[in-house]
Write a protein that binds this ligand. Structure first.
Ligand code: AP5
Length: 210
């Protein structure tokens, strides 16, 4: 097993690209820290109860809480698999925790999208609560309005996708997550992909980068 980290602002397309590539390539596994946390919130676990308030406010949950979840997924992933790790690490402390796990990180790919595009991306996002497929009302609409193409479930809007919380999430990204770009550049494993060019192009460029 090896790991490719996805870096990028909220709404830059990390989940869309990783989800698409994992659906098309059986050796790629998409692991999203946000989906793990939303799953814990939905199940009402102790971790979910602790994480919920941070997430609704657009703040990072405590490092130890998310690191425990990621450690479990890393431990259970074996064989000829590339894990597309989306949303973790989110700060330098988490990057060091990942290093200490001994996880073989081969690339960190930055999906680069300017902030002015992010608000529109997130305002139009619709998500399937069942199979996690992602859509956008204009850029990537489902075949039937409001219904998941994959499993037929009614699409929902994430609680943290309101404009005020998105502003806060962008501040957190620039302050806490952006330093990871230099961290992985210094290790010689940073790749950058233009995230503004449409989902097909971004997915192709991502695959070429790794
Ligand atoms: P998380 O779920 O990780 O959210 P995020 O990083 O803010 O990222 P998003 O899921 O919002 O965006 P994305 O880049 O996946 O974009 P998407 O593909 O959907 O985290 C949520 C919360 O959990 C955090 O705020 C925090 O509280 C907590 N958390 C998570 N991880 C944590 C950690 N490690 N430590 C602490 N706390 C943590 O695309 C967005 C939209 O754009 C979609 O509608 C899509 O259809 C559209 N789109 C995508 N690509 C394109 C394209 N190329 N062209 C046009 N439209 C596109």
């Amino acid at each position: 097993m090896n790991i490719v980290i996805l870096l990028g602002a909220p709404g830059s397309g990390k989940g869309t690209v990783a989800g698409r590539l994992a659906a098309e390539h059986s050796n790629l596994k998409h692991v999203s820290s946000g989906d793990l946390l939303r799953g814990a919130v939905a199940k009402g676990t102790a971790a979910g109860k602790e994480a919920g308030a941070y997430m609704e406010a657009g703040k990072l949950v405590p490092d130890a809480l998310i690191a425990t979840m990621i450690k479990d997924v890393v431990a259970e992933t074996t064989g000829d698999v590339t894990m597309l790790l989306d949303g973790f690490p989110r700060n330098l402390a988490q990057a060091k925790i990942l290093d200490e796990m001994g996880a073989p990180v081969t690339h960190a790919v930055l999906i680069d999208v300017p902030d002015d595009i992010i608000q529109d991306r997130i305002a139009g996002r619709r998500t399937c609560p069942k199979c996690k497929a992602g859509y956008h009302v204009k850029n990537l609409p489902p075949k039937v309005d409001g219904i998941c193409d994959v499993c037929g479930t009614a699409l929902t809007i994430r609680k943290d996708d309101n404009p005020d919380t998105v502003k806060d999430r962008l501040v957190v990204y620039h302050q806490q997550t952006e330093p990871l770009i230099a961290y992985y550049r210094d290790k010689g494993i940073l790749r950058t992909v233009d995230g503004t060019t449409g989902v097909d192009n971004v997915a192709t460029a991502f695959l070429e980068a790794i």
